[in-house]
Write a protein that binds this ligand. Structure first.
Ligand code: GH3
Ligand code: MG
Ligand code: MG
Ligand code: MG
Length: 308
């Protein structure tokens, strides 16, 4: 391509003589220079080349430079710097130019060397600005990734316990409709120590991932959190008690029926679920404690069941 990674300058001036002077002034610079002689042409070339720097005349045949300035800015995706290059030399003209957002103002007639050094300086500043923008975007994207990872469990990809402190409380606060409840379920894998002892820790990890997937698949509108080692907290929003119990039992049955294949081995797990209706004035810890009591009851009374 003709621009070949060069900085691009768009000169807008209806005078062919001025265009020639600009060309001469910038001749030594490694830039790609394009010229427009009217407002319409300027907009077309700006769209086509996305210049880094625009030298803008004020008096033009089809528009005035101030109006054109606004339209160039609106269409600009490259954050171009714009310098007014004009014979309008009153103080108020200069002030108007800067107040519109021009980065510089050069009066005609101009000295070649001055135009060149100002153009150079503004291209350099633009490069630094672009680099800062790039670093900023990278930083923001890294922050987003970190923020995501901070609230995720590394093994299962579920939310981790840190999520509960902030966002889950917000979710619970938002979702309280009349006639439905928010229900917390604390789920714990039965005899998981035996699973690890019998099939190995890796097989245990695989079982955790499979169970997490089953829970997620049944809780699209809700939240599943890896609460601890082999414990999960499920927050169901805006459900009736019947619906909550139904979801709990469906998960429990699907887990029971699911076969985990690890190497040559094949096994299945069961889980016990403790359910508790989240009380509006309860703290999360208090509420989880109550779900834990129901879970404990289930563990004492045969496991592999859902208990209020
Ligand atoms: P119960 O039915 O009463 O819940 O018995 P349990 O054996 O499941 O409970 P216990 O608390 O005695 O043991 C939990 C086991 O879970 C022990 C621990 O090694 C295992 N565990 C916890 N986190 C992980 C993990 O990330 N991966 C694997 N493979 N095992 C884990
Ligand atoms: Mg003119
Ligand atoms: Mg446990
Ligand atoms: Mg257990």
């Amino acid at each position: 391509m003709e621009t070949e990674n060069k900085k691009i300058i768009l000169a807008v001036d209806d005078s062919l003589l001025i265009c020639k002077q600009i060309r001469a002034a910038l001749a030594d610079m490694p830039v790609f220079l394009c010229e427009a002689h009217s407002g319409r042409e300027a907009l077309e070339l700006a769209e086509q080349y996305q210049p880094d720097l625009i030298l803008l005349d004020v008096v033009l045949p089809d528009t005035d430079g101030y109006q054109l300035f606004r339209r160039l800015k609106e269409a600009d995706k490259n954050n171009a710097s714009i310098i007014f290059l004009t014979s309008k030399d009153k103080d108020e003209d200069v002030i108007r130019g800067f107040s519109m957002g021009a980065c510089d103002y050069i009066k005609k007639p101009f000295a070649k060397g001055e135009l060149q050094s100002r153009a150079q300086a503004h291209l350099q500043m633009k490069e630094q600005r672009d680099e800062l923008d790039r670093q900023n975007r990278e930083l923001r994207s890294n922050m987003e990734k970190l923020n995501y990872l901070a609230f995720r469990d590394g093994l299962t990809g579920l939310y981790n316990r840190r999520y509960v402190v902030g966002d889950l409380m917000d979710d619970i606060g938002r979702s309280n409709l009349e006639e439905t409840e928010n229900v917390l379920i604390l789920a714990d894998i039965d005899d998981f120590k035996n699973i690890n002892d019998t099939y190995g820790h890796e097989a245990g990890d695989l079982a955790l991932v499979c169970i997490a997937n089953i829970m997620e698949a049944n809780c699209r509108k809700h939240k599943v959190i890896r609460w601890g080692g082999e414990e999960f907290l499920i927050a169901l929003f805006n459900v009736t008690r019947e619906e909550a119990f139904g979801i709990s039992e469906r998960i429990r049955r699907e887990v029971e029926e699911f076969k985990v294949f690890s190497g040559e081995q094949e096994f299945s797990c069961t889980i016990t679920m403790g359910l508790h209706v989240y009380g509006n004035h309860e703290g999360i810890e208090e509420s989880v404690d109550k779900a834990d009591k129901a879970l404990y009851y289930g563990k004492r009374h045969g496991k592999n069941q859902s208990v209020w």
